[in-house]
Ligand binder design. Structure first.
Ligand SMILES: *Cc1c(COP(=O)(O)O)cnc(C)c1O
Length: 247
């Protein structure tokens, strides 16, 4: 399993480098988030040993559980490292990538690095309020999730609602809007994800041309195992990859 992950990682990084070359982008502007929702803590520790410290989970409960397990490993490892000269485990940056319910925000905020899935004003307001209550010392970084494929079963804001939403979010003092996220449909046709990613990029550029957002608005979270190459070609800065890394 470990060997397989190393091989997969190399392939994915090569793909990213090739796609960047085609799109005249810098590979260091594309960050890989390892989506660990299907793997055991042992594998998560291995991922950290490979210095992949950005980890994504789709459910708050899973994120909390894994965070607790990994924190314990880090403590244990740092005690051992002092004796053994073994390298310590890097501390993960946890990304919440799945649909977020308002009643889970309180538990999530103290440990999450970036919330990819803000898709309503009510959710944004809850995050803002809870950040104040918890006395967090930094603004909560969020992305707006946009439903670029317009599938009814998908979460995410309608394309036409994004600007107004971004505007309203700027009035919430404890949030920092750093970009947008989308999921393309699962399909064999590569043109469909390309259309979705290009659409997100277009909205992104439009917003950047206004005063609604500042220079911190710079992330496009798009691209999963089946479509990450297309996503890099279309400007992704954050890739959320599970299957291609672990299978
Ligand atoms: C599971 C998941 C991913 C990763 O999917 P893979 O196809 O396994 O790479 C990415 N984004 C979200 C929102 C997910 O839930």
């Amino acid at each position: 399993m470990k060997k397989k992950i190393v091989d997969n990682l190399k392939r994915i990084r090569d793909d990213i480098a090739d796609a960047c070359a085609r799109a005249r982008r810098r590979p260091e502007d594309v960050r890989l988030i390892a989506v660990t929702k299907t793997v055991e803590p042992d594998i998560i520790r291995h991922v950290l040993e490979l210095n992949l410290a950005d980890l994504g989970e789709a459910k708050v409960q899973d994120l909390l559980q894994r965070h607790a397990i990994i924190e314990e490993s880090i403590q244990r490892r740092s005690a051992l490292a002092a004796a053994d000269n073994a390298p310590p485990l890097p501390r993960p940056r946890w990304h919440m990538i799945g649909h977020l319910q308002r009643n889970k925000v309180k538990q999530l905020l103290p440990i999450v690095t970036l919330i990819h899935s803000v898709d309503s004003l009510r959710l944004a307001e809850e995050i803002n309020t809870m950040a104040a209550k918890l006395g967090l010392d930094q603004k909560v970084k969020i992305l707006l999730e946009v439903n670029t494929s317009q599938e009814k079963q998908k979460f995410g804001l309608a394309v036409g609602a994004v600007t107004a939403m971004a505007d309203q979010i700027q009035t919430l003092p404890n949030l920092q809007l750093v970009g947008m996220m989308t999921m393309a449909p699962l399909t064999e046709d590569p043109q469909i994800p390309r259309f979705c990613f290009a659409r997100l990029r277009e909205i992104f550029e439009e917003l950047r041309g206004t005063r609604v957002v500042g220079p911190e608005f710079k992330h496009l979270s798009m691209g999963m195992s089946q479509d990450y190459i297309t996503a890099v070609e279309e400007g992704a800065t954050l890739l959320r990859i599970g299957t291609a890394l672990f299978q």
